[in-house]
Design a protein around this ligand. Sequence first.
Ligand code: AP5
Ligand code: ZN
Length: 217
Amino acid sequence: PVLILLGPPGAGKGTQARMLEEEFGLVQLSTGDLLRAAVAQGTEAGKKARAVMEAGELVSDEIVIAILRDRLAEPDCARGVILDGFPRTTVQAQALDALLAERDQRIDAAVSLEVDDAAMVTRISGRYTCAACGEGYHDAFKQPATAGTCDKCGGTEMTRRADDKAETVASRLEAYHAQTAPLIGYYDKTGALARIDAMGAIDDIAAELGAIVKRVT
Ligand code: AP5
Ligand code: ZN
């Protein structure tokens, strides 16, 4: 299946996508992760994206669509994908429809994770990640069993994202409301839309999403 997770920064798209990946063997496609990898590798796209990401604005459709197209063409994606953070503009949504049509696929569900903005700043500013395996943690909501040691891989190096400063989070929320929120209407019209209250506990949200995946597979 092809599943889209829509929602503002901090809504839990990455957290839920990784859980669905483990439970259902789907592939998480995060354009944020792909862009951060391009920045770290210093590719042409990465060089262009770096300053835009640090300002909390959206990277150009052209760059993001090219990155997504290449990743989607890799063989593991045939198992089914969870799109995390893509599409983020109407142009990207139309490009995705075309890419999937070429592959004889379609969007099975577009899930909007609904949250309130104020809570998102807290969620994002407490977030950190295992440098070795990418598992996500939170100062208040999701600590590893042993402080400073990753539950998944035992790694002891934790990192925080460059764009997780409070002022950048405000720009990211603004970009979401101006450019991405209209996609909720876009998918409502196609009948693919589902809404989930994403203010609750991580496991409850995961259960609701799991039910949607089971319904479409
Ligand atoms: P991206 O990497 O996609 O970031 P984002 O959308 O801002 O989303 P986040 O990763 O911040 O949040 P999330 O929803 O994944 O939440 P998470 O699960 O981590 O994009 C970064 C940048 O890249 C963009 O600003 C843009 O510049 C560029 N970009 C990416 N895609 C693009 C595109 N398509 N077009 C153009 N530009 C693009 O959760 C957050 C924290 O909360 C974690 O610590 C987690 O443990 C905790 N948490 C999660 N769920 C809960 C819960 N239910 N209760 C309590 N805590 C929770
Ligand atoms: Zn780890």
